[in-house]
Design a protein around this ligand. Sequence first.
Ligand code: PEP
Length: 248
Amino acid sequence: MRQTLVAGNWKLNGSKESIQELLKGILAGMSEAKTAVAVCAPYIYIPMVQEILSGTEVGFGSESISEHDSGAFTGEISGSMLNDFSCQYAIVGHSERRTIFGEKDADTANKFAAARKYGLTPILCLGELLEEREAGTTEEVVARQLDAVIGLEGVGALADAVIAYEPVWAIGTGLTASPQQAQDVHAFIREKIAKLDAGVAEKVQILYGGSVNGGNADELFSMPDIDGGLIGGASLKAEDFLAICRAG
Ligand code: PEP
């Protein structure tokens, strides 16, 4: 039985004050959470997040990671730097990194490898654009994104990773994939992994992301291959986030 995980992705949001408030609210409601809970924060706030969350049951991590260890890479943050602040997770391949910042499948695979190298759990985002879904190529796109990681790191690497299926057309739009639409892609991902290693397929957590909220989380998380959610907008208010953590 896989543990359900709800992870927040704050993106480019928050301030010192609002994050303190948000974490205080989340911690106050954790006794009712039915899922494991984590938050992924903008780099600059990670030391503060560590201070507030250390010794609690809420995990934390970064929204990205450099594929490089050190050197002349201005503006980048490495896995060893994230280790210095006890991060447990690093999101890699978020669609905003892919579409706005031009990260390719190979870049995502390198970031996935960097996270693992430093003992961080990568949260690997996969998902199709609206036009790709409409063209019937969802599975092809998701398979290509996943193959880049498997090709570099091997299928075994997924055993210690989290996958997040996030249809790009559902992110921040208020449009959620129906539970069945999401389940179909999750099952496809799990079956694809199972063809290479049944044990890894059984173990890997596959989260759904895309306009999840307190009203739709229950139904989504009750699908057999949906093991929780990666949450953007609704992770910015403690009550909204906690409502999702109470589902599943
Ligand atoms: C995300 O950014 O990963 C996400 C799922 O955003 P939202 O929940 O706002 O759709």
